[in-house]
Design a protein around this ligand. Structure first.
Ligand SMILES: [Zn+2]
Ligand SMILES: [Zn+2]
Length: 928
């Protein structure tokens, strides 16, 4: 954080109003205040909460009332109202979720690529942040993962100044003091430096009653590595914490009481939690005194403080605190989950799905603690009821939210039971190696690979005496590493090299956009980056991109022709890679693309758009494209969905796609200003991820699907002819992969299958329509035969055993069977030995079985035989040693063997000798 210049915030407003700049002795930050007696910055933990039980405002506001008050105030002061954006940042490729209202305008507005929707503007934007997720609960409402950020934004251009620091602070102060009635001298402004979403600037944190309620950021830099680069546009970026303003005005014992009232009450009733409001308020206040730097230690200080204040023993307070913490977290997290699922997020292990899963599972852990896990759907219903009036999608998506949640609960339960086994195995393994604790890395790995919350690991591992220490900020760490997409390696250094080489060549005109049906064209070579890599002034060759493969074809010149094997686009230039080098003097060329290949690719590309529309209509609004690859023979589309697509759904999707083809819908393509396209079609445009630029190419299958897309498409859906789903795989939890084909490849596949069916029919000596029936009959017949065979082999085995019994030698108190023979299918020596043993208490059965590379020896002895001194284990181990191996077991039963077949006779001899010795040893003992 750069040093803040003392003059940075020396604004006229502060001078006029007698604010002075001072340094907080506690946190060393500079702040501005009108109150000469104020010593600290005024923010907890430098100063405790003073508003609990005595709000400083003239009236109370619920969250919706506060949102309206905030919006109205700024609208009255020349700001245009803007409706909130979705909570999933579909228009950005660098983050998954919206974490602040300014995210809505980054990077295109803040960098000047696109105008703001209004200037100045006001918005109340729902945001989700997982920084400090572990603090949601223990700090009594200061921390929440989901909150509304009131944003009043002004974008100042070099040519047009809207307003800057002074006016911004005046607005804030007037709203807080004149409209809400908070005494002016109780407000402080703390200097700070803010950075987020790739931008930065100095800011003022606004504080009253010990609570930070807003941030006034003066964004003017782009962060590049550790450098700050001045932006041409300076943005007033204010964040008014609507929930905190509402809490401040209500002075409720916790922020959750103020924000989530009815839902919290529902959770408390379900969990049978009843804690006196004065104790709840005391807990919240205690958190403002002790802070939250190390929550596991701080928790105990809160309890001690409350105990001193109330006289209730710490032992009685501890369970109260822990149930409150759980109830708070459940209330907050179920709201976050409701908003995420309403925005079409499918819990999974990737992208925003990972973040949804994380919050649901954290809530799940607390719900298990309170014994209310099964009540999740009812809590989410309560959330929809509370917020659905202001956020209509919650109501519209109600059944999908509940379905998605129930699916995730099922998976969570499965994870827990499967995971407990994994942990048991791991801890045993660690214990055997003398390791007494599970490392943080192992915890992260168990969380990421098995979905196991560390608390569950702790519970299970400690049963085996292995210690688990969970870092205070475990989930914050995990969430941070999953909050933005990994940088793709697509843009490697080689691309930069090529782009440098291309810098002086003119841009290539894309004929494939003007007319995707044009196969031949005349062109000029305007540059070369290698002997076989040409840049043309214009081309009909589509360069690889947007999941569509490059065109192939030929370039002709003079009386020669060369094959084009690849086409790539770098910036505005398109490079054609040839199968062999061509003479550097060649200037005029004629190109021809491989039309069959291109036509397949075009049909498959339009097919992808037809398919996503069909999948969404059959499976639900949560279906989004997770990946796509358009190839020549077939294509694939990965979609988000929380369970396996059933055969019935598959059939429905395929039928719907074919109906869309039959309706022969027109496909229209336009370039549109980004803001207009977004306003008209919404963020569903970005199925293939956000696209760059101020203008975007919008592909519409009229009345069916609209996407921002750079691919080539057919003119009407009818050109696809026929559509087939070839295969559906579960790519990973939450993502289904659909392999499909359209047009010629689909027809080819149909006729191939026909042929296969005909051949099968011929083999079955029947007609194709009778194949299912004949196959069914054949299977039934086979099953009957197998049963017959089983009966038969059982009989054979019995006969074999009877034969062995008949040949048993009587040897004093025992009956001895020693059998040697080759291995026979369906006859298990263990089975034979055991059955012989069971048939007679005096029996000693030793079976020696010879297979091509091994001698197997099994011995079993009945009760009487054992008491006569027989020990099966000794018999086997001696004999197995003779054939070069080993073995053993117990007195009644043992098995073993070795590889030396030629020593089998020696083994037999040893068996006989051992038995004789065992019998005589006992006799000797008896005599003695
Ligand atoms: Zn301070
Ligand atoms: Zn597309």
């Amino acid at each position: 954080m750069p040093e803040i210049n003392p003059e940075e915030f020396a604004i006229p407003f502060f001078t006029e109003q007698n604010f002075t700049r001072r340094k907080c002795p506690n946190c060393a930050n500079y702040f501005w205040s009108q109150n000469p007696n104020q010593t600290t910055c005024g923010e907890a933990p430098c100063a405790p909460y003073t508003f609990i039980g005595s709000p400083p405002t003239t009236r109370r506001y619920t969250v919706p009332e506060m949102r309206i008050q905030f919006m109205d105030y700024f609208a009255d002061n020349g700001h245009t109202r803007i409706p909130p954006y979705p909570i999933v940042a579909r228009w950005r490729n660098d983050v998954y979720l919206v974490g602040a209202s300014i995210y809505d305008f980054q990077p295109y507005v803040t960098e000047g690529t696109m105008p703001p929707p209004a200037n100045p503007l006001v918005i109340s934007q729902p945001c989700i942040r997982y920084t400090d997720v572990e603090l949601v609960g223990p700090t009594g409402g200061r921390h929440m993962t989901i909150f509304e950020m009131g944003g009043a934004h002004a974008f100042n251009y070099p040519t047009k100044e809207v307003y800057w620091k002074d006016e911004c602070v005046r607005y804030h102060h007037q709203l807080l003091t004149e409209v809400l009635g908070v005494p002016s001298e109780s407000v402080s402004y703390k200097e700070h430096f803010w950075s987020g979403g790739g931008n930065a600037g100095p800011d003022l944190e606004t504080i009253t009653g010990g609570l930070e309620i807003g941030t006034l950021v003066f964004m003017q830099y782009r962060v590049q590595g550790d450098q700050l680069i001045q932006l041409p546009i300076r943005t007033v970026d204010t964040g008014y914490g609507i929930e905190r303003w509402s809490w401040l005005s209500q002075g409720s014992p916790s922020g959750f009481h103020a924000v989530h009232g009815p839902v919290l009450q529902h959770v408390m009733e379900l969990g049978k939690i009843s804690v006196d409001e004065s104790i709840i308020g005391a807990f919240t206040k205690a958190s403002s005194i002790h802070g939250w730097t190390s929550i596991n230690k701080n928790r105990e200080s809160y309890i001690q403080t409350v105990s001193e204040q109330t006289g209730v023993s710490p032992d009685a307070l501890r369970p109260m605190f822990s149930s409150l913490e759980a109830a708070y977290a459940i209330t907050d997290h179920t709201k976050a989950a409701t908003f995420l699922l309403a925005d079409g997020v499918v819990p999974s292990n990737v992208g925003e799905g990972y973040l949804a899963r994380l919050i649901i599972r954290r809530a799940g852990r607390f719900a298990r603690q309170l014994g209310i896990f099964a009540d999740f759907p009812s809590i989410v219903e309560a959330q929809i009821k509370l917020w659905g009036g202001d956020f209509r999608t919650l109501r519209e998506m109600r059944s999908e939210i509940i379905e998605g949640l129930e699916n995730e609960m099922k998976k969570y339960n499965e994870t827990i039971s499967r995971g407990l086994e994994v942990v048991a195995r791991l801890s045993k393994d660690l214990a055997s190696k003398g390791v007494r604790n599970v490392s943080t890395d192992q915890l992260v790995q168990l969380y990421d690979s098995q979905g196991l919350p560390p608390e569950i690991v702790k519970e299970a591992a400690e049963r085996s005496g292995v210690v688990v220490e969970i870092p205070d900020n475990f989930l914050t760490l995990v969430a941070e590493s999953h909050s933005r997409p990994a940088k793709s390696d697509e843009e490697g250094p080689s691309d930069a090299d090529i782009e440098a080489k291309l810098a002086n060549f003119p841009a290539t005109r894309a004929i494939y956009y003007d007319d995707p049906y044009k196969t031949r064209f005349k062109s000029k070579v305007v540059g070369r980056i290698a002997e076989n890599a040409l840049v043309l002034d214009q081309t009909a060759f589509y360069p690889q991109g947007g999941g569509q493969l490059a065109d192939h074809g030929e370039l002709k010149f003079a009386d020669q022709k060369v094959t084009v094997v690849d086409v790539q686009k770098y910036g505005d230039r398109i490079v054609h890679y040839l199968a062999q080098p061509i003479d550097p003097s060649v200037y005029d060329v004629e190109g021809e693309i491989d039309w069959q290949r291109r036509q397949n690719l075009m049909r498959h590309h339009t097919g992808t758009h037809v398919l996503i529309g069909a999948a969404r209509r059959v499976l639900g609004e949560h279906v989004w494209q997770a990946g796509a690859q358009k190839e020549v023979e077939s294509s694939r589309l990965d979609i988000t969905h929380y369970q396996q697509i059933t055969p019935k759904e598959r059939e429905k999707i395929e039928r719907l796609a074919n109906q869309t083809i039959l309706r022969d819908l027109p496909v229209r393509i336009n370039w549109m200003a980004r803001e207009k396209a977004e306003a008209k079609y919404g963020y569903r445009l970005y199925q293939g991820g956000a696209v760059p630029g101020s203008k975007i190419r919008v592909v519409r299958i009229m009345g069916w699907d609209t996407e921002a897309c750079g691919g080539t498409h057919v003119k009407r859906t009818g050109e696809l002819g026929v559509f087939r789903i070839e295969k559906i795989d579960r790519l990973q939890d939450g993502i289904e992969r659909i392999i499909f084909s359209a047009g010629i490849p689909a027809l080819k596949r149909i006729s191939e299958e026909n042929e296969e069916l005909t051949t099968t029919a011929q083999l079955l000596k029947t007609t194709p329509d009778q194949v299912p029936k004949s196959t069914g009959a054949l299977i039934a017949e086979r099953d009957a035969l197998l049963k017959e065979l089983e009966k038969h082999s059982a009989k054979t085995l019995e006969a074999h055993i009877r034969q062995l019994q008949k040949n048993a030698k009587i040897l004093g108190p025992i009956k001895l069977v020693v059998s040697k023979g080759p291995k026979r299918k369906g006859i298990d020596p263990v089975d034979i030995a055991n059955r012989l043993k069971e048939s007679d208490k005096n029996m000693v059965a030793v079976i020696v079985e010879l297979s091509p590379d091994r001698v197997q020896i099994v011995a079993a002895a009945g009760e009487v035989a054992v008491s006569a001194g027989i020990n099966a284990s000794e018999i086997v181990s001696g004999a197995a040693k003779a054939v070069g191996g080993g073995g053993g077991g117990r007195q009644f039963f043992a098995s073993g063997g070795g590889p030396l077949k030629e020593k089998a006779e020696d083994a037999l001899r040893i068996i006989e000798e051992t038995i004789q010795r065992q019998l005589s040893a006992l006799t000797a003992k008896e005599v003695a």
